[in-house]
Design a protein around this ligand. Structure first.
Ligand code: ADP
Ligand code: ZN
Length: 804
């Protein structure tokens, strides 16, 4: 019989998969897509079989140790998607699969062996494994068996699996932590006086200590904290409970806001426009895609819902992608309302174990619709019939680490491989997607808001000439915006105020010598924070106390520049004391579900003014919001990045779209110093096509996507000279390659990145421009240079969304 070998991808940055021998005893169970346990150095890791071959490509390969699952974890289509990703983005195959399979299914997850009912009596070597297992209550980790018996046990265990004496399963690393409740110890009844305590706790000093610790912790604490961090024994905890002075209870650790949340029932009838968009989606050929180009409030969600319903009717499953699941509770509740238990919501609050569970339910077809952010594009939905990408222009659809995939591209590949239909939706599509409507992507417009409600009028307020309100400190506050807010409050309506800069002030500067406080580790100024007060770096988290004097000239006065959301909030609280104000930015939403709490309060009418960064611009549908104010439209306008105009336009158009969604209508005020910038002009007219047309022309020269494709090759490392010279060598190599093969590409650089240092690493880049296919060839060559050269690293970013 011929020997067979498996190419196994491991979730590590290795250039190539490893080869393992498949012992005959494993039979035909080792097939592509299957998880296997393999030895790697001194560890046993879980890997994924990529190929099975009768040729060995390594000398003396080790054996595959075990096959824990009955079925392959990845379908052939997902396997092919992973290979495509590795090839297209120049990423190690193992990392491509790592992003496909949830974390709980990988790595050093423990393999658990359990005794099957009634099996006994295996003599010889197998006998001691069985006896040991019995002594462990029938179930234990394989690695502990090897340790206890002081010899390798995999061959024996594999044999026992074949005769059904034991079974294997892989325990995700965090199943223990996955529990949603936690045991707490809480004081009950009246607190004894100190004299009473002397009697109650006589000769029980530990119990008294525990009692008083609980008292100082506000009357209750988690048992785990008391035992693990504070060192109280289980016995002391039990004894205190027996005295009746304390009680064990359960508190919820994390609350899934989607589980019990009110579901929203969909509107019963489609409008004519929605109906014709839906028909076009249904008529798409398998593998084809469409852009649902609907203005804000045009009812795109209902079209997605009905398209999903149709897929289910056809006996197929669907994936619905949203930019950030925490920011789109309304979309999720609409899908829950329509499909109930058919849905698996893949949100960031899931533990690795829960995520792996959701994954299995989808794989087995017990859930047929997956809703989630970027990585849900890999959801193993059985018989996939539809992929929806809501707000397809959002930057969060691009993965920030290798493989640096774009969700839209992956979705396109999956749709073609599985014969699914792809629906991209946006009021402000990316230029790339817009370009594709000329070339195969169907364009489905929804030009009007539901109920023929007009889009809110946008007034551009030119900060250079407009009268300012008095007494607003450093905040640029026009009389127009001031009056609009007063009127909104008087009518008991709500307003959103967008300021895309968190913190108190953008930076601190000495008015005398001009010195700006910079991060010692990054090439960026430190942001001033007031709650709590500090200078903080938004890239690396570096923090230092607010200085009183200039470190260069010792001038005692330091000036804050660039108003941030904290400062705006303080000003608003003073100016509109009767208003209920909330702020939503990274600093107020760092805890789980804090987004939902703020948004729920707005929905219930408990907030009058919501201040926020770009977070408040997305997908929210609050009919009582009648005013949107953009406090400073210029924050992102002149960033050194080819997408800064596009991003500004999208942000303005999206946030403007939050106003006037109810019968009371609404208006938008945009404060700026660049009223003639085309991003502002077109956003002011709600004319997305006008913007796309003009911006597309600007992308011709110098060429930027979609006029050309891009690959950004970024070297980074602690030594600036080293990084610079590697980047120079890479640029020379690219130039030589292009000359030798006469490739139609342009090599730009080497040059320092606009952010030349982040987290103590210097960054230089080489930018390639040219046709996508040619760049693909260069990427495949460049990927061979990926191996780490000392502390200097190369990142290949194909189709970058930003060049900062
Ligand atoms: P978009 O995502 O395009 O901005 P939404 O999907 O949020 O718009 O829809 C806007 C509002 O219109 C929602 O409150 C939704 O419930 C309502 N709506 C959508 N379609 C209909 C319909 N056919 N009939 C009545 N109301 C609708
Ligand atoms: Zn920093």
């Amino acid at each position: 019989m011929t020997e067979r070998f498996a190419l196994v991808a491991l979730p590590l940055p290795l250039a190539n998969p490893y080869t393992y021998r498949i012992a005959e005893t494993l039979g035909d169970r080792v097939v592509p897509g299957m998880r296997v346990v393999v030895p790697v150095r001194r560890r046993e890791l879980i890997g994924l079989v990529v190929e099975v071959d009768s040729e060995r490509s390594a000398a003396a390969p080790k054996d595959v140790l075990a096959v824990p699952d009955a079925e392959p974890a990845l379908s052939p289509a997902l396997l092919a998607t992973g290979k495509w990703m590795a090839g297209y983005y120049g990423a190690p195959l193992g990392l491509a699969f790592k992003s496909i399979l949830p974390a709980g299914m990988w790595g050093e997850s423990r393999v658990i062996v359990s005794l099957r009912n009634g099996s006994r009596g295996h003599g010889g070597l197998a006998g001691d494994v069985m006896t040991w297992l019995e002594s462990k209550g029938g179930e234990a980790a394989v690695s502990s068996a090897a340790r206890a018996l002081k010899r390798p046990v995999w061959d024996v265990i594999e044999r026992l699996v074949r005769v059904d004496a034991v079974s294997l399963r892989i325990q995700p690393p965090d199943t223990a932590a996955a529990s949603l409740t936690e045991r707490t110890l809480a004081l009950v009844g009246e607190r004894p006086t100190l004299i009473e305590r002397d009697t109650i706790f006589k000769r029980r000093p530990k119990q008294r200590q525990l009692y008083e610790t609980l008292e100082s912790l506000g009357g209750s604490a988690s048992v785990r904290h008391l035992v693990e961090q504070l060192g109280f024994g289980d016995g002391v905890v039990r004894a205190l409970v027996q005295t009746g002075l304390a009680r064990i209870g359960q508190t919820e650790l994390v609350r899934d806001p989607f589980a019990g949340a009110p579901v929203t029932l969909p509107p019963p009838h489609l409008t004519t426009d929605q109906q014709s968009a839906l028909s076009s989606v249904i008529e798409l050929a398998p593998g084809q895609g469409a852009l649902l180009f609907g203005v804000t409030g045009s009812g795109k969600t209902l079209v997605y819902l009905e398209a999903v319903r149709q897929a289910l009717r056809d006996g197929r499953g669907a994936i619905v992608l949203v930019p950030e699941i925490g920011l789109t509770p309304q979309t999720v509740s609409r899908f829950r309302g329509a499909f109930g238990d058919e849905i698996a919501v893949l949100h960031s609050g899931l533990s690795d174990g829960e995520r792996a569970d959701a994954w299995r339910l989808l794989r087995r077809g017990e859930r047929r619709v997956a809703v989630g952010a970027r990585s849900a594009v890999f959801a193993p939905v059985a018989n996939l019939g539809l992929i929806v990408i809501d707000e397809e222009h959002e930057a969060s659809y691009k993965n920030g680490e290798a493989p640096r995939y774009h969700t839209r591209e992956v979705a396109g590949v999956r749709a073609r491989l599985e014969g699914a239909r792809l629906v991209l939706g946006s009021a402000t599509p990316s230029l790339e997607t817009w370009e594709r409507t000329q070339d195969g992507l169907h364009l489905l417009p929804l030009p009007e808001r539901i109920g023929a409600r007009p889009l809110p009028p946008v007034e551009i307020v030119d900060l250079r000439v407009t009268p300012k309100a008095a007494g607003t400190g450093s905040v640029q506050w026009s009389v127009a915006l001031d009056e609009a807010i007063v009127a909104t409050l008087a009518r008991k309506e709500q307003a959103l105020l967008l300021l895309n800069r968190r913190g108190y002030a953008a930076f601190l500067q000495c008015p005398d010598c001009g010195e700006v406080w910079q991060c010692p580790r990054c090439s960026i100024s430190l942001t001033v924070h007031q709650s709590p007060p500090a200078l903080r770096c938004h890239y690396c988290g570096h923090e230092e106390p607010l200085p009183f004097t200039c470190r260069v000239c010792a001038n005692p006065v330091q000036r804050m520049r660039g108003v941030g959301t904290q400062q705006l909030e303080r000003m608003l609280i003073e100016r509109y004391p009767e208003a209920r104000i909330a702020r939503m930015d990274l600093d107020t939403t760092s805890t789980k579900w804090s987004h939902q709490r703020i948004l729920a309060a707005v929905e219930k009418g408990e907030i009058d003014l919501l201040i926020g960064t770009q977070m408040i611009a997305k997908g929210l549908d609050f009919p009582n919001v009648t005013l949107v104010g953009v406090v400073d439209a210029d924050t992102g306008l002149y960033l050194p990045d080819f997408r800064s105009a596009e991003r500004t336009f999208q942000l303005l158009a999206q946030v403007a779209g939050r106003a006037g969604r109810g019968p009371r209508g609404g208006r938008v005020l945009v404060q700026t110093r660049h009223p003639m910038h085309h991003a502002l002009v077109w956003a002011g007219k709600h004319d997305t096509e006008g913007f796309l047309r003009q911006e597309r022309e600007l992308r011709e020269s110098p060429p930027y996507p979609p006029a050309t494709s891009l690959v950004n090759l970024v070297y980074s490392g602690p030594d600036e000279r080293e990084v610079g010279s590697r980047a120079a060598a890479l640029a020379d190599w690219c130039t030589a390659l292009s000359e030798r093969y006469r490739l139609p590409i342009t090599v730009l650089g080497p040059a320092p990145c606009p952010l030349v240092r982040i987290k103590d690493r210097w960054r230089w880049h080489v930018l390639l421009k040219g046709p996508s296919e040619t760049l693909g060839r260069v990427v495949r060559y460049a990927a061979r240079r990926l191996k780490r050269e000392g502390k200097t690293r190369l990142v290949i970013d194909r189709d970058p969304v930003s060049l900062l």
